[in-house]
Design a protein around this ligand. Structure first.
Ligand SMILES: [Zn+2]
Ligand SMILES: [Zn+2]
Length: 157
């Protein structure tokens, strides 16, 4: 299992043009990669990177624009992005007090190692997984409990 150290708080990040900046005052709850086709399209890349925090831990400087989609459960999925450069900063749902920072926006990404992968049934063919990695074909049945447990183990250094 990979191990990593969460950097000293606050964890900071910004959009590409620098108009939007954020500070996270609490440690991340989990970090995972999502290989679903929605994330592939939304990131225009191979997978989405989700670094999960408690919403009250976030401080934002600068104005974000919101896009919303209705999920099957009736909750509103929200994506927040810089209106100038279009970079997504975070995603959330009106049904959850937790949010996912798009981890590529961190000022320092060197410490990121995923606790696991979800929706691997639609992964790009060139993505390979380590033998002991947590890999889920679709959404994990337990919510994110096993991923969060592994994240805590990985970051106890
Ligand atoms: Zn920007
Ligand atoms: Zn996804």
């Amino acid at each position: 299992m990979f191990r990593t150290a969460v950097p000293p708080l606050p964890i900071t990040g910004a959009c590409q043009c620098g108009r939007v900046r954020y500070r996270m005052r609490g440690a991340p709850l989990v970090f995972y990669l999502c290989h679903c086709t929605e994330c592939q399209r939304q990131t225009s890349s191979a997978y989405g990177e989700s670094l999960r925090f408690r919403r009250p831990d976030m401080e934002i400087e600068g104005e974000l624009r919101l896009v919303e989609r209705l999920s099957e459960s009736g909750a509103r999925r929200q994506g927040w992005f810089c209106p100038d450069c279009g970079v997504r900063i975070w995603h959330g749902s009106t049904a959850s007090p937790e949010i996912n920072i798009k981890a590529g926006t961190l000022n320092d990404t060197s410490w990121l190692v995923p606790a696991g992968h979800i929706w691997t049934r639609s992964r790009q063919r060139f993505i390979a997984f380590g033998e002991d990695e947590l890999v889920y074909d679709r959404q994990p049945d337990d919510g994110y409990a096993a991923l969060a447990r592994r994240w805590r183990e990985m970051t106890q250094v």
